[in-house]
Write a protein that binds this ligand. Structure first.
Ligand code: KE4
Length: 432
């Protein structure tokens, strides 16, 4: 194919791939313009097909915590690939990664590998329904748990870039079993549980909402959910696809000291290869086939290459926990630097940060849920996105995503990002 620029590639892609992309958020719907086609990435940098270099603040939506093309991960994948790419039979590697996770994460006795975060979350609610014999689930407006039918009701992330967070194709019967509450609104959850006595199998949430910007739990919210689930015999599922091994090695469970009944993972545990997982207490996980009656399966689940990549990354993090302290300093410096630029230009803003996840809301009020996240200045977001892109900084192309920093970012990169931001904001303010 002798077409070389992102624009030409996008034109060709749109004829043969829906929207020219294999995942909607990549299409730049929220920011306009033509998406960049990436040729390669290394450390904290992306290189597009037009030969431009960018500082990457997406990190492939989370997996690249140590940066792109980590030498240890690449070595593990290439070595493993020499023994073939898949067997459809159990391997020693699956035990090693399961052992590392069950040994180190509180409340997890067993874990099942799947191929995406969507599959992990779909499976987790099926197991919760099978374990409790109940049909309904509670999810939160703006939280995203993948594209499983039960979740595409008031969903976050890419679903929001389409302008309608609930998707056609989800049947009324399915939608009826998904109850919706506002993130951080414990009273609403209590009301739903009381109105659906003994009918709610699970409450599933992102313990730190990362699919409507970055919104941490208010004080007492997670504790309140934990006790409501205990009172109502409802399974508490933390969707840590994004936060797991990112905000801390033990994820949100570690930083907030709350143990869920089930946890879903993705992204980092595959180090960029397709991996998801669901995990939990033995009494729940033993409901999963072939031990128990709830069916879930996958040809490529536990794929050797993905396990080699994920295990290598997790082991590296586990053996060097000081990496999280380094990342904390860089993330805090970036957040404070960006906020100072906005304050110095009197631009209303509210920033949230948990570890290396940052959310900037161009809004003059605190954002604790979807309502607030959806009333930020989207036009300003769009302008800033393109100004930063022109200055070699690749921000998430949607106001409903968080920044994901990698530890490959050097302090000089952080200063570069802040000065590009200063430059962008000054030129936007001059034009207005
Ligand atoms: P995947 O099926 O995309 O691997 O994971 C779904 C998922 C589940 N739970 C949470 C908390 C998630 O953030 C995700 C996926 N995250 C988005 C980024 N916000 C994926 C990006 C995309 O859709 O391309």
């Amino acid at each position: 194919m002798n077409i070389n620029t992102s624009k030409e590639l996008y034109k060709k892609a749109k004829n043969i791939i829906p929207g020219g992309v294999n995942s909607p958020v990549r299409a730049f719907n929220s920011v306009g313009g033509s998406p960049l086609f990436i040729r390669k990435a290394e450390g904290a940098y992306l290189y597009d097909e037009d030969g431009n270099k960018y500082i990457d603040l997406i990190s492939s939506w989370g997996p690249m915590l140590l940066g792109h093309a980590d030498p240890d991960v690449l070595k593990a994948v290439t070595e493993t690939a020499k023994n073939s790419t898949s067997f459809g039979a159990p391997t020693r590697l699956e035990i090693e990664i399961a052992d590392l996770i069950t040994d180190t994460i509180k409340g997890i006795d067993k874990i099942r590998m799947v191929n995406s975060g969507t599959e992990a979350c779909m499976s987790a609610i099926r197991i919760a329904r099978g374990y409790t014999g109940r049909d309904k689930i509670i999810k939160f407006k703006g939280c995203y748990h993948g594209h499983g039918d039960s979740f595409l009701i008031e969903a976050g992330s890419g679903a929001l870039t389409m302008g309608h967070p609930s998707s056609p194709g989800v049947t009324p019967g399915t939608a009826r079993d998904t109850l919706i509450a506002e993130f951080n609104d414990l009273d609403e959850v209590e009301k739903l549980l009381k109105a659906n006595k003994n009918k709610v199998a699970a409450i599933i949430l992102e313990p730190i909402a990362g699919n409507m910007g970055c919104i941490p739990p208010e004080k007492g919210f997670l504790e309140g959910l934990r006790s409501l689930c205990d009172d109502h015999d409802t399974v508490l599922i933390f969707d840590e696809v994004m936060t797991g091994f990112r905000v801390a090695f033990g994820g949100a469970q570690e930083i907030y000291g709350i143990t869920a009944d089930m946890v879903t993972y993705g992204k980092i545990i595959g180090a960029g290869l397709p991996v998801g997982a669901y995990a939990g207490k033995k009494e729940i996980m033993d409901f999963v086939a072939p031990t128990g009656p709830v069916y879930q399966a996958g040809t490529l689940s536990g794929n050797p290459l993905a396990m080699a990549a994920g295990y290598t990354l997790l082991k590296k993090l586990h053996d060097n926990l000081s990496l999280y302290d380094e990342l904390e300093v860089k993330s805090k410096t970036l957040e404070q630097g960006l906020k100072k630029v906005l304050d110095d230009h009197y631009i209303s803003n509210y920033t949230n940060r948990v570890g290396s996840m940052i959310g900037i809301f161009y809004s003059n009020h605190k954002v604790t849920g979807f309502k607030g996240a959806n009333t930020t200045n989207k036009e300003l977001f769009r302008k800033i996105f393109h100004h930063m892109l022109e200055r070699g900084v690749y921000l998430p192309p949607s106001p409903f995503e968080a920044f994901f920093l990698s530890n490959a970012l050097k302090i000089q990169d952080i200063s570069l990002i802040i000065s590009a931001f200063e430059d962008s904001i000054s030129s936007i303010c001059t034009k207005n």
